[in-house]
Design a protein around this ligand. Structure first.
Ligand SMILES: Cc1ncc(COP(=O)(O)OP(=O)(O)O)c(N)n1
Ligand SMILES: Cc1nc(C(=O)O)sc1CCOP(=O)(O)O
Ligand SMILES: [Mg+2]
Length: 226
């Protein structure tokens, strides 16, 4: 059985939210790595998270990567920049507490695109984002990470509390990979956001995606039917 023909519908379990490496010097080469990774199993979304680059670089990378993801039904989320999300044909935007406020981001991307919000380890920020119309809230960092100087450490019980009490989907982020993902899946995360845990996985990104999907299929809690 291939990873895509899973016994459990991906929509009904935890799903993978890939995040690009923060710099992509050769977008065409990375497009091939990305395609191979996406062929390893179900991926819900890809975040274009480029740091310390100018807008034209973001546009060039988006031009190459957006079609690769969208051709496979993977939603593309632009990090930080609602304006560039619209301009480059992304499906949504992720904003942090120091980026565009949620209501401004929503005005720019409109009602049909996704807006996700960083909530660090804060119930208050998450409730504010949920009430403000965020499509998901993100807690982190769950584990040490070299990808970002994470300001906070989030605990599994925060994730579990949100998943059990709230309808707005929850993303777990920070240092996640095939070796440590299981408790976050068991706690009820709707999505695991992963960067280095896929791109730097010793057996390659495709293998990491396959392994994460196997864990999600086996360990996602049953969801209550609404
Ligand atoms: C899914 C997801 N969660 C959290 C973040 C972090 O956003 P932010 O705090 O704005 O930090 P930067 O990523 O912009 O450095 C994220 N990007 N994605
Ligand atoms: C972008 C980001 N935000 C975080 C947060 O805690 O809000 S942790 C993080 C880094 C995610 O990359 P990796 O999977 O390589 O750790
Ligand atoms: Mg940001």
């Amino acid at each position: 059985m291939t990873a895509r023909k899973s016994a459990r519908n991906p929509e009904d379990r935890c799903r993978l939210y890939l995040i690009t490496p923060p710099r992509l010097d050769d977008p065409a080469a990375f497009a091939e790595t990305l395609a191979a990774a996406l062929d390893g199993g179900d991926v819900a979304c890809l975040q274009l998270r480029l740091k310390d680059v100018d807008d034209d670089t973001v546009r060039r990378v988006a031009e190459v990567l957006v079609p690769v993801a969208q051709a496979r039904d993977v939603a593309v989320i632009m990090n930080d920049r609602p304006d560039l999300a619209v301009e480059t044909g992304c499906d949504g935007v992720h904003v942090g507490q120091e980026d565009s406020p949620l209501d401004a981001a929503r005005r720019i991307v409109g009602p049909d695109r996704i807006v996700g919000v960083t909530c660090h380890d804060s119930r208050h920020l998450a409730m504010e984002a949920g009430e403000g119309g965020a499509d998901y809230v993100a807690f982190g960092a769950f584990f040490p990470t070299d990808t970002k100087e994470a300001k906070t450490r989030a605990e599994v019980d925060l994730l579990q509390w949100w998943a059990q009490a709230m309808i707005v989907p929850v993303v777990a982020i920070g240092g996640i990979g095939p070796d440590n993902a299981r408790p976050l899946i068991e706690a009820g995360a709707d999505f695991l956001a992963v960067s280095a845990g896929v791109w730097a996985w010793p057996d390659g990104p495709r293998d990491a995606v396959t392994r994460l999907n196997a864990l999600m299929e086996e360990h996602s809690p049953e969801r209550e039917k609404v």
